[in-house]
Write a protein that binds this ligand. Structure first.
Ligand SMILES: [Ca+2]
Ligand SMILES: [Ca+2]
Ligand SMILES: [Ca+2]
Ligand SMILES: [Ca+2]
Length: 368
């Protein structure tokens, strides 16, 4: 072996060692998957009848959604659908009881949502459209009028409103109801926050230090809007049972103008404990909750696009969090979602690396 070759060999060895050494977090080094231009959000679902979770990503500058099928080990591009102008938000669900899983996409450039009907084999066809407010962003699915057909809620950043579009069984939408929330809502979740069995809505209002909660009546309208304090400029929301009291809909909020995230514990009576603020040492862009280390306690993970990582805060089960650990999440992760992609019981993640036009698949290492 020549001196030069030997030196190269040493560099390779140390690089390998370094990669192993720096990946101290819960996740393996990411598998990078090139997608369309300026991907924005990804949703994990089960689009066909075969095992293995699948996912779909909005490519906001390509005006497309790409659907990938998984077999538990790898992912294959199955379908690319032209959705409308600048798709930014995406959700999956059964849009009527007899359906295969569908996709619903928020087209920010058109101020519309588009329903992409699934065929149960991983292909999708554009069906209904519905009108939103100006600069719609995040989407949540729930049956707000409790008629058995899934409905849609969308945050409208520029209007500071939420649009609720009641679904018809044929895949079309009724004209939207608009409800005012706080300034510039970005993140949105649709879930039952007062534990009465009727879906509600929560928004992260990025122009304030507040979140807004709309308590549903069960007929597609809302009885009241409650405003709660979070950290500075909240943009992204996650839910979980962070204090282990069996009430699953506690909220975790990523605060985009402070190096913090906030946790509000749910009393299930339309009140929450006041937000507890946790320091992050970076400005988070997206938050997701799951029991990543499978110790029976909900954890949160946040995207840190400046330092190219996902940071996991392990839950202590009492509403507080332990020492965070970092995992490489590709180049500039702007959005995170979680799901058990390889079926080993440990939640994995997908990070959207918007500027790099790629996704980073983060497989959970699996050991506690
Ligand atoms: Ca409905
Ligand atoms: Ca409710
Ligand atoms: Ca945990
Ligand atoms: Ca897994």
């Amino acid at each position: 072996m020549s001196h030069r070759v030997f030196n190269t060999f040493l560099v390779l060895l140390s690089t390998l060692f370094l990669q192993t050494a720096i990946q101290a977090g819960q996740f393996q080094l990411p598998v990078i998957l090139p997608v369309g231009q300026q991907p924005s959000e990804v949703v994990i679902g089960n689009f066909n009848d075969l095992g293995g979770l699948d996912f779909a990503v909005t490519n906001s500058d390509s005006d497309t959604v790409s659907a990938y099928l998984g077999n538990g080990r790898e992912f294959f591009l199955k379908d690319t659908i032209t959705t409308g102008h600048r798709p930014v938000g995406i959700a999956t669900g059964l849009m009527s009881p007899i359906n295969k899983p569908d996709l619903v996409v928020v087209n920010a450039g058109d101020a519309q949502v588009a329903l992409l009907k699934g065929d149960g084999r991983g292909d999708f066809n554009l069906r209904g459209r519905g009108h939103t407010g100006v600069n719609p962003h995040s989407i949540g699915l729930a049956d707000f009028n409790m008629d058995g057909v899934t409905d849609v809620a969308v945050s409208n950043i520029n209007d500071s409103t939420v649009t609720v579009l009641l679904g018809n069984a044929d895949g079309s939408f009724q004209p939207g109801n608009t409800v005012g929330v706080g300034l510039h809502p970005v993140g949105l979740l649709a879930l039952d926050l007062n534990c009465d069995g009727v879906p509600d809505i929560v928004t992260a209002n990025s122009g304030t230090s507040q979140i807004s909660i709309l308590f549903g009546k069960g007929d597609g309208t809302f009885k009241r809007v409650r405003t709660l304090a979070a950290g500075s400029a909240p943009i992204s929301l996650a839910f979980g049972d962070f204090n282990g009291d069996g009430k699953i809909w506690d909220l975790a909020v990523a605060d985009s103008k402070a190096n913090t995230f906030s946790v509000l514990l749910n009393n299930c009576d339309e009140t929450f404990t006041s937000a507890k603020i946790y320091p992050t040492s970076f400005t988070p862009r997206s938050i997701v909750a799951a029991d990543f280390n499978q110790d029976g306690k909900w954890d949160v993970a946040l995207a840190d696009p400046v330092n190219n990582r996902a940071v996991l805060f392990p839950g202590n089960g009492d509403g507080s969090f332990g020492t965070p650990s970092s995992s490489d999440a590709g180049q500039g992760p702007e959005f995170l979602t979680a799901g058990d992609l390889n079926g080993d019981g440990f939640p994995d993640m997908i990070a959207v690396d918007t500027a790099a036009n790629s996704l980073a698949i983060l497989i959970n290492k699996g050991q506690p």
